[in-house]
Design a protein around this ligand. Structure first.
Ligand SMILES: NC(=O)C1=CN([C@@H]2O[C@H](COP(=O)(O)OP(=O)(O)OC[C@H]3O[C@@H](n4cnc5c(N)ncnc54)[C@H](O)[C@@H]3O)[C@@H](O)[C@H]2O)[C@@H](O)CC1
Ligand SMILES: Nc1ncnc2c1ncn2[C@@H]1O[C@H](COP(=O)(O)OP(=O)(O)O)[C@@H](O)[C@H]1O
Length: 418
């Protein structure tokens, strides 16, 4: 037993209210009724191998009780990072985890949810200098950082200062995605927006987003061409464009002409890349790709567990020198040098059609305003989730729609700036 553990055991022994049982090898475990609260402090984040023997038996017994389990720092048996070689039946299933100073990486993975339950971070007074001096590639995005990234608006600025961007989105029957992304782009503060849309659908954009200019495709139904790129500070492409051969050719042409212009690729643009992997080589440096896990699997292939998934994305970002926004709870922005920034805003009410199209519009807007690819992705994801949280407070999770996220963008940005 460590010195600290002995000190705390002695303190416990001196507490009048506490009855301390110490179990020796072979002693039967006490019976616990289901109204008990079990505090799990068996192992912490220093654990380096899966549980076995008596410890494993104890964990399995606790999990068989119907009691509430509160874990200290990390549920016993769970590794803080990779659980690839761990055994799922050797980990405490906590209802609540109080973790010290920082969440552990594995708390941010969907597959850890049954073990960690709700988690809350308790500060234990680590010195900020010590924290800052500790090398890491994992970061939690803080609202204060996002506030500093936004472009200030001063008295004499005009729309030209906030960028002109091109959005390529929508196809016949799926113009909602183009409308949502366009509205989100305008509501995040871009100066000028041009939207490339199929011929037959241009009235949809004109009527729903009068602020946007429209460039009309020669095709009635889909994306097959785009205007001269020189006026545009950034380009967004993908929501609902489909994957037909004419659109594949147009995307190829776009990648040939994009130069070093910032760009964000989503949805069908990602599916086209997955179907035509040679196009990945044409991506400009620091292009932002925003896959949900289904789109990611098409891009990088299957993975065994969430840690392996993150490693695959890091390798992909390094190989192609791009930024990936892996969407979901705790959306992760991964840089071309493998830094991972985890986002804590957002809620399950956002898991509905069009939420991702809104994110594309937000990131495009921030790229147009001159933020770097990483800053636009990190800030965009935070603002998207914050608007989703305000929308959720107003509407509840079930009724929350992508349009509600757009409607709350203004308030989310104002809240950040206060
Ligand atoms: N109103 C509109 O016009 C809308 C247009 N949309 C666009 O329509 C196109 C196709 O969207 P679809 O929803 O059909 O195609 P998706 O590629 O989004 O979904 C197809 C399949 O991918 C998998 N998948 C989706 N989300 C996943 C996740 N989070 N984790 C794991 N697997 C997941 C599922 O198997 C799903 O059935 C996209 O370009 C999209 O942008 C959608 O955004 C919905 C709204
Ligand atoms: N449980 C959740 N918690 C936080 N954010 C979520 C959750 N579920 C979905 N989202 C967010 O909603 C968006 C959904 O995007 P996507 O699946 O591409 O939708 P669509 O293709 O319909 O536009 C992503 O930004 C994602 O991070």
């Amino acid at each position: 037993m460590s010195d600290d553990a002995q000190t705390n055991r002695d303190r416990l022994r001196h507490l009048q209210q506490a009855v301390v049982y110490e179990l020796d090898k072979g002693d039967a475990l006490p019976q616990v009724d289901h109204q008990c609260v079990v505090i799990d402090g068996l192992f912490g984040s220093g654990l380096n191998r899966p549980l076995a023997g008596r410890a494993l038996e104890l964990v399995q017994t606790v999990n068989s009780w119907k009691a509430e389990v509160v874990a200290i720092d990390i549920p016993s048996g769970l590794m803080g990072e990779s659980n690839t070689d761990n055994h799922s039946d050797g980990i405490i299933k906590a209802t609540q985890t109080f973790t010290f100073q920082f969440p552990k990486l594995s708390f941010l993975f969907p597959e850890s949810a049954p073990y960690v339950g709700n988690w809350e971070v308790l500060p234990i007074g680590l010195h900020p200098d010590k924290i800052n001096a500790t090398p890491t590639s994992w970061f939690l995005t803080e609202a204060g950082r996002v506030k500093d990234l936004l472009k200030p608006r001063t008295r004499f600025m005009h729309k030209g200062h906030f960028g002109h961007v091109l959005l390529i989105a929508g196809s016949y029957g799926k113009m909602g995605a183009a409308v949502l992304a366009s509205r989100a782009c305008m509501k995040t503060g871009v100066g000028l927006l041009t939207v490339q849309v199929p011929h037959k659908t241009c009235h949809v954009l004109h009527c729903s987003v009068p602020e946007a200019m429209v460039n009309i495709d020669r095709s009635d139904l889909m994306f097959t061409e785009f205007p001269d790129l020189s006026p545009f500070k950034a380009v967004g492409v993908g929501p609902a464009i489909g994957c037909r051969s004419n659109s594949v050719l147009a995307l190829t042409d776009l990648l040939d002409q994009i130069g070093s212009r910032p760009m964000v690729l989503d949805a069908d643009a990602l599916n086209i890349l997955s179907n035509n992997p040679a196009l990945l080589e044409k991506l400009p440096e620091n292009a932002v790709l925003t896959p949900h896990p289904g789109e990611l699997k098409r891009l990088v292939g299957p993975w065994g567990d969430d840690f392996e998934r993150l490693q695959k994305v890091v390798a992909f970002c390094r190989k192609y020198q791009v930024v990936v926004v892996l969407k979901g709870a705790f959306t992760t922005v991964i840089s071309s040098n493998g830094e991972c920034h985890f986002n804590t805003t957002g809620n399950p009410g956002m898991a509905s059609a069009g939420s991702g199209d809104v994110l594309t519009g937000i990131i495009l807007s921030l790229l147009g305003q001159g933020l770097s690819s990483m800053d636009a992705a990190v800030a965009g994801v935070h603002i998207h989730g914050a608007a989703g949280d305000l929308a959720c407070a107003a509407e509840g999770e079930a009724a929350l729609t992508a349009s509600d996220i757009v409607s709350h963008l203004g308030k989310a940005i104002v809240a950040l700036q206060q």
